[in-house]
Structure formats: structure tokens, C-alpha cells
Design a protein around this ligand. Structure first.
Ligand SMILES: Nc1ncnc2c1ncn2[C@@H]1O[C@H](COP(=O)(O)OP(=O)(O)OP(=O)(O)O)[C@@H](O)[C@H]1O
Ligand SMILES: [Mg+2]
Length: 256
């Protein structure tokens, strides 16, 4: 299963979902790779010290001679490895101008890993450019985090349009695994309205699990830990554990 976590809207919980979903999968004993495709490198920094990162996904995507294996680093969490990002990734688009296989670079590199990882989770940047398209071309599934906020659904049309284009040619097998509502505050009427609105648009695609607002989820990256070791009894841990269960269920149902 290769899950791209994408939404071109910024700050909706992509990275928080990517790091904690990847950690939950690893904790279940499955070899998991988290690929950080965002030049901001927030996923990378959530587990590693940037000093450890000498080569990044940028090198693997732009240099034919560099494989993902050459850049992957083990995290302190068992079964979890990271393909790290660095700010250099921001130059990728310019670097690949005119390259006919620009959209296929990540897919080709992942194929060379030949099934070493049971799960791959890709954290995308807040844009619909070449990096996100590389993720959608490589992925088997797309998971869309949508923040419980007044402008929640803004931009999802463009995302779905891009998904349709990717499905038409480079990756007909791409499926929408689901939509997860993040930073939800169930006490407010607005949050309930927003949830109803998201349900109306995405129907059964919306995961039953809703990620509630939790300070613990904001804090854990600063300690280079996932929510499961940082605050195992928090609602954040319960929420992401339950999202992981649903992800596995849906992933298996679709491929069966
Ligand atoms: N459930 C939550 N409860 C409270 N804070 C959260 C929650 N999820 C995410 N956050 C916080 O909201 C901010 C944005 O989250 P995150 O970085 O995961 O979003 P993103 O979509 O990856 O952002 P970007 O588009 O910049 O990559 C972060 O400070 C994060 O800690
Ligand atoms: Mg992010």
C-alpha cells in the first residue's frame, strides 16, 4: 500500500497525519517507509535531526545514480524509516524542466525498492505541482486530510481534478482511500455544520474516525516522537490509532 497524503491547502494536518499514520503502521509491526516530499521537511524533522540528513529525496529523484536506499534513514521507532526532505527539494521543478519522465521519477525509484516495505506513506507539500503529482503517480491510494474550518472544502475541486487527470493516463489504479477530518472541535456548532457539509460532498469516503483538536499532537514533533510514545493516553493517540485501523481495513478491502 502506497498512501499519498495530499491537500494543496496549507496547514490542514497533512504532516501530522503522515507521521502518526506511519508510526501507527510501524507499531503494528509492519515495515513502513515515510517519504517526505515537502521542502519544509516537517515530517523529517518530526523524527530526525536535520544534521543527520546529508542526502534527501531531492537527490534520489533528480540523480539517476542515487536510489531511495541511499538516502533512507532509520528512525528511533522500530520498523519506521524515513526518506528525508531538505529545502533543496524546492528546486526540483526547475531541475526537471524538459525531462519527459519528470512525473514518473518517484514511482520508478519506489519500484526499485521491490516490496521491502509493507506500507509507504508520502507527505505532500501544500501545492499541486510536480512533487504532489509525483506522489499521485506513485501511489496506490490517496488520503485527503480536511481541516474542520469554515473554508474546509476550498480547493478540493482542484485536487479532485488533478486526481482525475492522473487517473486518465499515468496511474489509472489510483484510488481515493478516504477523507479525514482534522482539528475537529466537537463542542462547537460550526464544527458540526462543517462535518455535515464534508459528509454531503464526500459521503462514504469520509472516515468514521475524526481527528479531534489536541495540543499533544502539536507538541510531539518538537520531541521527535510520534503521538504513540509521546502521549499514548491522549485523544490524539486514540484517534490516529483508530484511523490506522480504518486505513488498513479499506486498503485490504480494495485490493481484495
Ligand atoms: N488534531 C490537531 N490538533 C491540534 N493541532 C493540530 C492537529 N493537527 C495538526 N495540528 C497543528 O496544526 C498545524 C498544521 O498541521 P500540519 O503541519 O500537520 O499541516 P500540513 O497540512 O502538513 O501543513 P503544510 O501545508 O504547511 O505542510 C501544526 O502546527 C500542527 O501541529
Ligand atoms: Mg506539512
Amino acid at each position: 500500500m502506497i498512501v499519498a497524503i495530499a491537500n494543496q491547502k496549507g496547514g490542514v494536518g497533512k504532516t501530522t497525519t503522515a507521521i502518526n499514520l506511519a508510526a501507527a503502521l510501524a507499531l503494528r509491526g509492519r515495515q513502513t517507509l515515510l517519504i517526505d516530499l515537502d521542502p519544509q521537511a516537517n515530517s523529517t524533522m518530526s523524527f530526525l535531526d536535520m544534521q543527520q540528513v546529508t542526502k534527501s529525496v531531492y537527490d534520489a529523484i533528480s540523480e539517476p545514480s542515487v536510489s531511495l536506499k541511499d538516502i533512507i534513514l532509520q528512525t528511533p521507532l522500530e520498523n519506521l524509516a524515513v526518506a528525508p526532505s531538505r529545502i533543496a527539494l524546492a528546486k526540483l521543478e526547475a531541475r526537471l524542466v524538459g525531462e519527459l519522465d519528470a512525473h514518473f521519477r518517484l514511482k520508478d525509484k519506489i519500484e526499485k525498492l521491490s516490496g521491502e516495505y509493507a506500507h509507504i506513506v508520502i507527505d505532500c507539500p501544500p501545492a499541486l505541482g510536480l512533487l504532489t503529482v509525483n506522489a499521485l503517480v506513485a501511489a496506490s491510494h490517496l488520503l485527503i486530510p480536511i481541516q474542520s474550518s469554515y473554508f474546509a472544502l476550498e480547493g478540493t475541486d482542484d485536487l479532485l481534478e488533478t486526481v482525475e487527470k492522473v487517473r486518465q493516463r499515468p496511474n489509472p489504479a489510483l484510488r481515493i482511500l478516504g477523507v479525514v477530518i482534522t482539528m475537529h472541535d466537537k463542542r462547537t456548532a460550526l464544527a458540526r455544520d462543517i462535518r455535515a457539509q464534508i459528509d454531503k460532498v464526500f459521503g462514504s469516503k469520509v472516515f468514521k474516525t475524526v481527528i479531534t483538536k489536541s495540543v499533544r499532537l502539536e507538541e510531539s514533533p518538537a520531541y521527535k516522537e510520534s503521538i504513540f510514545t509521546f502521549a499514548p493516553d491522549s485523544t490524539g493517540a486514540t484517534d490516529y490509532y483508530s484511523l490506522c485501523e480504518e486505513v488498513i481495513e479499506r486498503g485490504e478491502a480494495r485490493t481484495a
